[in-house]
Design a protein. Structure first.
Ligand SMILES: [Zn+2]
Lengths: 292, 327
């Protein structure tokens, strides 16, 4: 499979985050408590008062997930840009440029590899900060690259999902990413590799109805919106009140769609445990007794 | 023929044709009533012929340059043949099979065993219903998870017994309801795509009307994807796209244009295999002719696919989707 050598050029990322001044404050969007930003970031953007999990960037999630925050990202495959020459109130190409500047990313998926609890893992993180994590051909291709990297490294694939759904500016090309990404999962499955999905707020539309819902294991952060059709669409259709907690992680778990809900702070250890148990054939050079 | 069948429903852009045809009907009725006054009758017959030719010509012109939004209207036309019309006309021994063996039976997504030109097949389709009562029964073709799970069950059945799968796609999309979400609409669609891509038997999907988003592709991750000339296939309806992207529902024509949702667009983008020509004025005018055209193309494609091994089919199906949207 020479496709990979074409695409993967490892590049070590420095993990030194910019320093936030000591005296900046914000409010919890859930309980409105005043929070020191520095404190909040140390707490992985989880409110210490109410436990509300705030949105995190793809880079933050990578740093929180891998051992010592160390990982290597891969360059994403190139795809045709703006295949439909789409323009709504703005040009799609201009929207893309703005997203790139704002998020500091090429597209809505970041793919990296490194160690989790001492074991090799490929981690793909959807960046909600990039075009609301929407799925276009670049994301589809990046997801396929992540699957192939996992196969090449004989490593599990973990994906953090966060998406507003299809990238409407790519029309039916966006729709075709649903079967395309599913093929990536089939390749992983045939290689006997675990595929773990971590649902974060929000995961909706074509993403939830394709690769997100096909995990061997479904983990969710607390209170994440996980849906096919969003609550507003449903309210407009059925014209009735939606049940309490509807389409949130806990609701999905109650309805059999999610295996477990994990607080952000517990997630790396959980992922480490899961991949260790699902890949027993991998040589275990760092047996962990603390897991018990 | 004169008074048979339901009244033809005209679309707004067919107004001139509607006027001509109303006129023709009136003349025919007069001619019918005054059949004995031969002299008068001949004049009327001439008028009918002249006006009919004019109407045909107008229809031909209109349908040769439909705008994307007009195509959307045609694709959704209530008198277009629906999935069950196709299945009943082109197969024999159609035996509907019900239920997902988990929760219930969803009549929005129908399926079963049938013979297509003698060959046993599994058929699947989004059925919209033909009158108020049946539309409610079929939930206007918008399936719930149990519909997609029935589709998965029947696709696996097809694989187990080596039967080709023929699907007829015609849906505004999956049902966006509380019940559907509670039972895992997203998972049901995802798994249908998964199963559709993984079966080792031929799968031919025909978009006969509206190919609406995830609810459509769940039955169309196929070896061959065919589209009727005036059918559409889109990630979102132009009305919803206009509201969301342009913040103005009145801009649906602009959205329809931008989304590239016509059969011609999809062919150009390399996302479908073939466009099946419709009768002048659309499949709704001459359903039998449209259905026969579909049967011809499906039969030709099926005979090609039946020559391939299960493994080859699966591999080619994957390659086909992987190659899409790369260049
Ligand atoms: Zn709080």
């Amino acid at each position: 499979m020479s496709w990979l050598t074409d695409h993967v050029r490892p590049k070590l990322r420095s993990l030194l985050q910019r320093e936030v001044p000591d005296n900046l404050w914000t409010n919890c969007e859930s309980c409105s408590q005043m929070l020191l930003i520095k404190e909040l970031e140390r707490n992985k953007k989880v409110c210490p008062h109410c436990g509300h999990h705030m949105r995190a960037t793809a880079k933050e999630r990578l740093a929180w997930t891998f051992d010592e925050g160390q990982y290597t990202t891969i360059d994403l495959p190139k795809v045709p840009v703006d295949p439909l020459h789409f323009r709504d109130s703005k040009r799609y190409t201009d929207r893309l440029k703005a997203s790139r500047t704002k998020a500091g990313l090429d597209e809505s998926l970041v793919v990296a590899h490194g160690k989790i609890s001492g074991r090799d893992a490929v981690v793909a993180v959807m960046a909600f900060e990039f075009f609301a994590g929407t799925m276009g051909s670049a994301l589809g291709e990046a997801f396929l690259a992540a699957c192939r990297l996992a196969v090449l490294q004989k490593a599990p694939l973990i994906i953090f999902t966060a998406s507003g759904g299809a990238r409407m500016q790519e029309g039916v090309i966006s729709l075709m990413q649903m079967p395309r990404t599913v093929i990536g999962i089939q390749v992983l499955r045939e290689a006997g590799l675990p595929y773990i999905v971590v649902f974060t707020n929000p995961t909706t539309g074509g993403v939830s109805a394709s690769f997100a819902m096909l995990g061997d294991i479904h983990v969710a952060e607390p209170n994440a919106l996980i849906a096919f059709a969003g609550p507003r669409v449903i309210r407009d259709t059925v014209r009735e009140e939606l049940p309490e907690g509807f389409q949130r992680s806990e609701y999905l778990k109650d309805h059999g769609m999610i295996d477990t809900i994990s607080a952000r702070k517990d997630l790396p250890a959980l992922l480490g445990r899961l991949i260790a148990m699902l890949t027993p054939q991998q040589q275990d050079d760092t047996p962990s007794k603390t897991d018990a | 023929m004169l008074f048979s069948g339901p009244m033809r429903q005209f679309l707004d852009f067919e107004k001139s044709v509607a006027e001509l045809e109303t006129k023709i009907d009136e003349l025919r009725q007069v001619s019918f009533r005054e059949d004995d006054t031969v002299h008068h009758g001949v004049d009327i017959d001439d008028d009918v012929v002249r006006l009919s030719e004019k109407a045909d010509k107008q229809l031909r012109v209109l349908y040769s340059k439909l705008t994307p939004l007009q195509k959307v209207q045609v694709a959704r036309h209530e008198q277009r043949p629906h999935a069950l019309d196709y299945i009943q006309a082109i197969t024999t021994e159609f035996t509907p099979l019900a239920g997902d063996r988990v929760f219930g039976d969803d009549q929005a997504l129908i399926g079963g065993l049938a013979r297509f030109r003698g060959q046993p097949v599994v058929v699947l389709g989004n059925e919209r219903g033909a009158d108020t009562e049946s539309r409610i029964k079929h939930n206007f073709g918008m399936a719930r998870p149990e519909g997609y799970r029935k589709a998965q069950r029947l696709m696996k059945l097809a694989e187990r017994f080596g039967l080709p799968i023929l699907s007829f796609v015609d849906t505004a999309g999956a049902w966006p309801g509380i019940d559907a979400e509670a039972r895992g609409q997203a998972e049901a669609i995802a798994r249908s795509i998964d199963v559709c891509l993984s079966v080792n038997v031929p799968v031919i999907a025909t978009i006969i009307g509206e190919g609406g988003s995830g609810g459509a592709i769940a039955l169309a991750a196929a070896d061959r994807v065919l589209m009727l000339e005036h059918s559409i296939y889109s990630v979102i309806s132009p009305e919803a796209a206009a509201s969301i992207l342009w913040r103005d529902p009145k801009l649906a024509p602009t959205a329809a244009e931008a989304l590239k949702l016509t059969a011609q667009d999809l062919k150009r983008l390399g996302l479908i295999d073939q466009i099946i020509a419709e009768p002048v004025g659309g499949a709704q005018r001459l359903p039998a002719q449209a259905i026969a055209s579909v049967a011809e193309v499906v039969a030709a494609e099926l005979s090609v696919l039946l020559k391939l091994s299960g493994e080859a089919l699966k591999a080619k199906r994957r390659e086909r989707f992987l190659a899409m949207t790369r260049s």
